[in-house]
Design a protein around this ligand. Structure first.
Ligand code: R5P
Length: 293
């Protein structure tokens, strides 16, 4: 217990210094509770307001896809370069060292495999277990225009309600079905619906034309998925264009872990995201790091 007598007189009231009331760094996030903001700060680097999320959750419907056959061998060494890891609870418990103290974005929806109707997902983790694993956000797939559109949106809104109760942000992941056009009109629609229904930030795909209208019309931060493996320069160019057109980062998987040199690639992506490095310079960085082994 603190002493009651003989204490030094308090005097440093800094009367000339008004109390600060800083705006939170992330778009649309000012009204969030402290816990939500703190968790968002585990995902987005407070210095740049951007993130490199390393996405390795593909196994939840694809099984051991190329590059993720042995997450312990291929992914764990990359963790030091990521701002955040996106994964399932199964991989988190079985494979990710608990000494990893950056943000975890947990895949929180699932159900169907690549062998069946992908939009038929349900919530796949309880709030208690997400809290137990100290996650920074929960990710839920939303299939706007898909067969089970309403069900997937209901998954989002239920997770938002539960997340709001405990201060855990929800990442709305816009899924594009096989027959849907990947254009700005669709991305605007899907992203905006996720934001309107309470997602704290959105993952969508980059589109060549009018992507800045997707970021402009979404009131919360957007990160882009990497998508299928591209040549390194193309992937770095896509990340660069997305950032310059208003994205707050990438949630990139295959273009990192399927690269010939994943450690070099994630560092090049970091330079694009956090330092606004130009794609050709980032490719040079990639080649240099790759040659260094
Ligand atoms: C899909 O499996 C997941 O939502 C991935 O996290 C997402 O697609 C990002 O991974 P990639 O960059 O490989 O598309």
């Amino acid at each position: 217990m603190a002493d009651l007598d003989g204490n030094k007189e308090a005097s440093k009231y800094h009367l000339d210094t008004p109390a600060t009331s800083e705006a939170f760094m992330m778009k649309g996030s000012n009204a969030l509770d402290w816990g939500m903001k703190n968790r968002m700060s585990n995902i987005f680097n407070p210095e740049t307001g951007r993130t490199v999320m390393l996405a390795v959750d593909h196994g939840y419907f694809m099984g051991p896809t190329t590059g993720l056959e042995r997450i312990d061998v291929t992914i764990v060494p990359l963790l030091k370069y990521a701002d955040t890891l996106m994964c399932t609870r199964g991989i988190l418990r079985s494979t990710v060292p608990p000494t990893f103290t950056k943000g975890i974005v947990m895949r929180a929806s699932g159900g169907p495999s690549i062998l069946s109707e992908l939009s038929n997902e349900n919530i796949a983790v309880s709030m208690e277990d997400a809290i137990r694993m100290n996650v920074s956000a929960m990710a839920v797939q939303v299939y706007v225009g898909g067969k089970f559109e309403t069900q997937s949106i209901h998954n989002l809104t239920r997770l938002v309600d539960m997340g709001n109760r405990y201060g855990i942000p929800v990442l709305g992941v816009t899924a594009v079905g096989r027959d849907m056009a990947r254009d700005a009109k669709y991305m605007r629609l899907a992203s905006r619906i996720c934001a309107e229904l309470g997602a704290s930030y959105i993952k969508t795909y980059y589109v060549e034309k009018d992507f800045e209208t997707v970021t402009a019309s979404c009131p919360v931060p957007i990160v882009i998925a990497g998508g299928k493996k591209l040549p390194e320069l193309d992937a770095l160019t896509m990340a660069h264009n997305a950032i310059q057109q208003g994205a707050s980062g990438v949630d990139m998987g295959r273009n990192i872990f399927q690269s010939d040199a994943p450690a070099a690639m994630i560092q090049a992506v970091r330079a694009v995201v956090h330092q606004d490095m130009k794609p050709k310079d980032a490719l040079d960085l990639y080649e240099t790091l790759k040659n260094e082994g």
